[in-house]
Design a protein around this ligand. Structure first.
Ligand code: B12
Ligand code: SF4
Length: 302
């Protein structure tokens, strides 16, 4: 078994299945893109100012050879109230949960003679782009990294190691820009309340997720929140996971019959701390999927 296969099988034993390995290199192809965003004033304070740090992962580990990208699904079974907090904030602090997993994988690599450091969220890395290159998923028109299995409801984490175990890149920036996996679908543009994402431009400074996190709010921003307290999920409600793709191909009657069965069988398998989803969570999902699938069905099939 090669070292990469060993790492993969270790990750699988932890319940992690969306993993990719890419070369740790400078992402020079992103330089102009980041420069332009600065000029257009669509960058915000949560992003790294220094473009060189964004495009060069080796500033974290000079001898880094491989970046391992891992997606962590976050739909979970804990009780929650609909208090305006986005789905991703429910449950334990994801930074801590992911870090525990990533540290275990780092230990595994270190025991095999390599160096390894892990990252999640607060870092200079272009995490979505790395995950895309690593084949973990594709990037949708809504900006999100979308996996086949769990849709966009995943967090991303990375490990940089000095061991060489990378594959060829799974795509490139030009291909990404075509959003070919989305096809003609642009539902997310219509669903975005502030048009932060639109066919011409992406402006994260008017994204409600950003607005819920910044300090001084203007009148129009408070109005636009409409009950959102932290985060926003509107552009993710049409999940392009296996579930929705399957549903899109079925006639409406069959959809109605299939959804409960599908969700029961599918979501029980989500690798999470407790491996099961509460009945009421499934019910909420069912209603949500039913509503959105019927609308998706109308868009795609009629
Ligand atoms: C700053 C930040 C934010 C800001 C800005 C978001 C944004 N649109 O960039 C705010 C606070 C608004 C935010 C919101 C959210 N975030 Co955030 N955020 C980040 C952070 C720290 C940096 C992202 C960044 O650099 N943005 C700048 C843009 C340019 O970079 P990018 O999103 O990586 O863009 C790539 C592609 O999307 C594409 N692209 C983007 N725009 C354009 C435009 C054109 C014209 C083209 C061609 C390509 C293109 O190319 C880029 C290449 O890198 C990352 C962690 C990280 N280190 O990467 C998390 C991260 C992106 N966020 C995450 C999450 C979960 C969210 C929310 C879903 C939370 C929520 N429910 O409210 C929303 C989603 C909003 C959205 N539709 O993007 C996850 C994404 C997981 C996933 N499946 O994609 C990340 C990766 C954190 C993590 N470790 O899991 N976030
Ligand atoms: S998170 Fe909300 S406001 Fe931000 S791009 Fe998505 S739908 Fe628009």
């Amino acid at each position: 078994m090669s070292l990469k296969e060993e790492v993969l099988s270790y990750c699988n034993s932890l319940g992690l299945t969306n993993i990719g390995f890419i070369k740790c290199r400078e992402f020079n192809e992103l330089e102009d893109f980041y420069e332009n965003r600065k000029k257009l004033n669509v960058q915000n304070e949560f992003e790294e100012e220094d473009i060189q740090k964004r495009i060069n992962p080796n500033h974290y580990m000079e001898e880094g050879k491989t970046i391992i990208s891992i997606a962590f699904p976050y739909l979970h079974d804990q009780e929650h109230f609909d208090n305006g907090f986005s789905l991703y904030t429910r449950g334990n602090d994801y930074h801590r949960v992911l870090k525990d997993y990533l540290d275990k994988i780092c230990e595994f690599i270190i025991l095999r003679g390599g160096k390894a450091i892990s990252f999640v969220d607060s870092n200079t890395l272009p995490e979505r782009y790395i995950a895309y290159l690593a084949g973990v998923g594709f990037i949708g028109k809504n900006n999100m990294l979308i996996t086949k299995e769990y849709g966009s409801y995943v967090f991303l984490g990375e490990i940089i190691t000095d061991l060489e175990m990378y594959d060829d890149d799974n795509g490139n920036f030009e291909e990404l820009m075509k959003y070919k996996e989305c096809g003609e679908c642009a539902i997310c543009f219509g669903e975005c309340p502030t048009k932060s994402i639109n066919p011409n431009k992406k402006n994260s400074n008017i994204c409600l997720s950003y607005i819920t996190q910044k300090k001084d709010l203007e009148e129009w921003e408070i109005k636009a929140l409409k009950g959102r307290t932290f985060g926003c999920d509107s552009c993710q409600l049409y999940i392009f996971s296996e579930l929705q793709i399957t549903l899109r191909q079925l006639p409406l009657v069959q959809i109605l019959l299939t959804i409960p069965q599908y969700i029961l069988s599918k979501y029980k398998l989500i690798p999470h701390h407790n491996h099961q989803i509460h009945f009421h969570t499934m019910l909420v999902l069912l209603v949500l999927y039913l509503f959105h699938t019927i609308r998706t069905y109308e868009v795609f099939c009629i």
